[in-house]
Design a protein around this ligand. Structure first.
Ligand SMILES: [Zn+2]
Length: 157
C-alpha cells in the first residue's frame, strides 16, 4: 500500500516545539539528541504540537542515537499521541544516514513523521530542520519503510 500518492502532506510545527527541539539539540551537544514528537494527523497535514525529549543511551552517542527504553515506553502513552521521531546530527547536515534508514523498520505505524535537526547557523537556538513522511510499503508480506521529503511549516501563534 502506498500511503501517499503524489505529494506528501505538509508537516506543521508549533513554534514552541521548534524552540524545544533547538534547545534540546544544543543541550545534548556534542551528543545526538532524540525524542518523540506528539501531535495529530488531519486532512490538511500533520500537526506537531508537543515534544518529549528522551535520553540517548547509544554506546556511541556522538554518532548514533538510541532512546532510553523505559523513557521510550512511557512516551508512547503520551497525550496527544506520538506521531513522529526527532533526532539530531550535531556535526553533519540533517539528512538520513544509512543507520537512520535501518532504524526506521523498528518504528510502529503510529510514527508518521521523521525530523532531523542540525545546529542552526545563527546565534539563536533555532535548529536547521528537515522533515520527512514515513511511508511504508508492503510487498509479499514484507514491509519496507522509506522517508519522503515533506514541507515543514512553522505554526506561529
Ligand atoms: Zn541520524
Amino acid at each position: 500500500m502506498t500511503a501517499f500518492q503524489g505529494t506528501t502532506p505538509p508537516v506543521w510545527l508549533d513554534s514552541s516545539v521548534q524552540l524545544m527541539l533547538g534547545k534540546h539539540l544544543l543541550t545534548c551537544l556534542p551528543h545526538e539528541a532524540c525524542g518523540i514528537l506528539l501531535g495529530t494527523a488531519a486532512a490538511g497535514g500533520i500537526l506537531i504540537s508537543s515534544y518529549v525529549p528522551l535520553s540517548n543511551v547509544a554506546p556511541d552517542p556522538l554518532h548514533a542515537f538510541e532512546p532510553d527504553p523505559r523513557e521510550w515506553v512511557k512516551a508512547l502513552y503520551s497525550d496527544p499521541a506520538p506521531i513522529g521521531l526527532f533526532h539530531s546530527h550535531p556535526t553533519s547536515p540533517p539528512w538520513p544516514s544509512p543507520a537512520d534508514m535501518l532504524g526506521l523498520e523498528a518504528l510502529g505505524p503510529e510514527f508518521k513523521v521523521y525530523l532531523i535537526g542540525s545546529p542552526g547557523t545563527g546565534s539563536g537556538p533555532l535548529p536547521v530542520l528537515n522533515g520527512f513522511i514515513i511511508s511504508r510499503e508492503s510487498t509479499e508480506g514484507k514491509t519496507a519503510a522509506q522517508l519522503l521529503p515533506a514541507a515543514l511549516q512553522a505554526l506561529l501563534k
